[in-house]
Ligand binder design. Structure first.
Ligand code: G2I
Length: 446
């Protein structure tokens, strides 16, 4: 880890000064400096589950837009969200995600059409004939609404039981329509949007086991009989009790050998630090080793909003700082330098400019510039001469020391930077009689 110390005097000390423009927030990353661009270099997509209600949060959206090339609505396309009452369809929240994603040039994974969970109560109350009609209507209406805009659909989700039985899971569909509901859903889906890839998606199927083998047999049967299926989604929810299996790659490969694409669809790995980073790297490496593994989606943008946020399973922390797992994924994807924290190559500089000045106070700006390697995160200190006091700070997360004179600034949303790229943060200071410039300390990159 290299440190660079820059102490610059304030650009001006009197009068109202508009500083010369500094480079700010240069996020036009070069190839392979983000998850999305690095994955694209390998012919893969890198996606995230997206929740419509966070799209108005600047850090969330900046991270999503910068890093990801695919989006999966986390809950907005589920049956309870899209058809809460029979025949009444509500697409507003899902439209938000789809429009945002496509506006950014991202692919969209549709999730999900037929699932036993998040099913509105009316579905369970239907008799068999009615249920069949309702299922097909639901597929037709939802897929019809998004026709031509969805890269891959999870047509049927989690239809198999856990454990060693290899049996189908009990659900209104299974119980009333029998095994054939899955095939029927796929046939209806193919007609509804012939351009979309049609996937079966499940969890605890990541390694070779009884459940994944049951799915494998179904896919094999579908392929042999011409039932339309294009892809299998492996959710990839891992933790200490359910680690990345040793035969993960072999399992992906046996499905790929059936002539379907495989996708990692809901990846999250509980943990932290190097252990978490290593597990993430294993998943990426396994996917890259399988030609038909076409994309990886992580199940959320930030630990803060993860469905299991206590397990901090994602690539960005609650303040959108890139975690070690981020660097490990980027490196595994062949990214440029990988921003691997602590790998000895990350560096940054911090430069200070006074951007406004008035009798009682001033505004300052610190520009952080990454060195010759991309960085995952940065921090620096700013020491204010007594008795100056900082009234407000922006574009950084700040903590205080030295009796309130030393401010440590870390990224809020603007952690990862491409090589040579910059971001800046600012603050408003009350002079309390001192017009001296603050001292900017070492910029530390990781
Ligand atoms: O459970 C993790 C995932 C397993 N595979 C299928 C995925 O669709 C599933 O995602 C999760 C979402 O991440 C959660 O956000 O599915 C859960 C529901 O089964 C989602 O949780 C629900 C809560 O249960 C609701 O109370 C809440 O209203 O999220 C809803 C929206 O925030």
């Amino acid at each position: 880890m290299r440190m660079t110390l820059l102490r610059l005097a304030g650009a001006a000390t009197a009068g109202l000064v508009a500083a010369a423009a500094l480079t700010t927030a240069a996020h036009s990353a070069e190839a392979a400096d983000t998850l999305g661009s690095a994955a694209a270099g390998q012919g893969r997509s890198f996606g995230a589950a997206v929740a419509a209600n966070h799209l108005d949060e600047a850090g969330y959206t900046a991270t999503l837009n910068r890093e990801f090339t695919s989006a999966t609505p986390e809950n907005e396309m589920k049956w309870d969200a899209t058809e809460p009452t029979r025949g009444t369809f509500t697409f507003a929240a899902a439209d938000q995600v789809v429009n945002h994603a496509r506006g950014q040039g991202m692919d969209v994974r549709g999730h999900t059409l037929v699932w036993h969970s998040q099913l509105p109560p009316w579905v369970g109350g239907l008799g068999a004939a009615d249920l069949r009609t309702a299922m097909n209507d639901h597929i037709n209406r939802v897929m019809g609404h998004y026709k031509g805009r969805i890269h891959s659909w999870d047509v049927v989700n989690e239809a198999f039981q856990d454990g060693g039985s290899g049996a189908r899971r009990s659900s209104p569909f299974q119980d009333k329509l029998g095994d054939g509901f899955i095939e029927e859903a796929f046939r209806t889906a193919r007609a509804a949007d012939p351009a979309a890839k049609l996937c079966y998606n499940d969890y605890n199927t990541d390694g070779v086991n009884a459940k994944s083998t049951a799915v494998y047999r179904m896919v094999q049967d579908f392929r042999s009989r011409g039932v339309p299926i294009d892809c299998v989604g492996f959710q990839g929810h891992f933790n200490g009790n359910s680690p990345v299996p040793a035969d993960f790659q072999a399992n992906l490969q046996r499905f790929a050998d059936l002539g379907v694409d495989v996708q990692i669809t809901e990846l999250d790995i509980e943990g932290s630090g190097t252990a978490q980073a290593d597990s993430y790297a294993r998943v990426v490496t396994a996917c890259l080793a399988v030609d038909r593994c076409t994309g990886i989606t992580v199940w959320g943008v930030t630990d803060r909003y993860s469905w299991r946020s206590a397990g901090t399973p994602l690539l960005f922390d609650g303040d959108y700082r890139a975690k070690p797992a981020y660097g490990a994924v980027l490196t595994a994807l062949g990214g440029d330098g990988g921003g691997d924290p602590g790998d000895g190559t990350a560096s940054c500089t911090a430069t200070y400019t006074r951007t406004a000045d008035w009798n009682g106070g001033y505004n300052g700006q610190v520009t952080i510039t990454a060195g010759s390697e991309p960085i995952g995160s940065w921090s620096t200190t700013v020491t204010f001469p007594s008795p100056q006091r900082v009234q407000a700070a922006w574009n950084a997360t700040t903590t205080w020391d030295g009796g309130g004179s030393v401010m440590t600034a870390r990224p809020s949303w603007n952690g990862p930077l491409a090589a040579g790229a910059s971001t800046s943060f600012g603050f408003t200071v009350t002079k309390n009689g001192s017009d001296a410039a603050p001292a900017v300390g070492a910029c530390t990159a990781s």
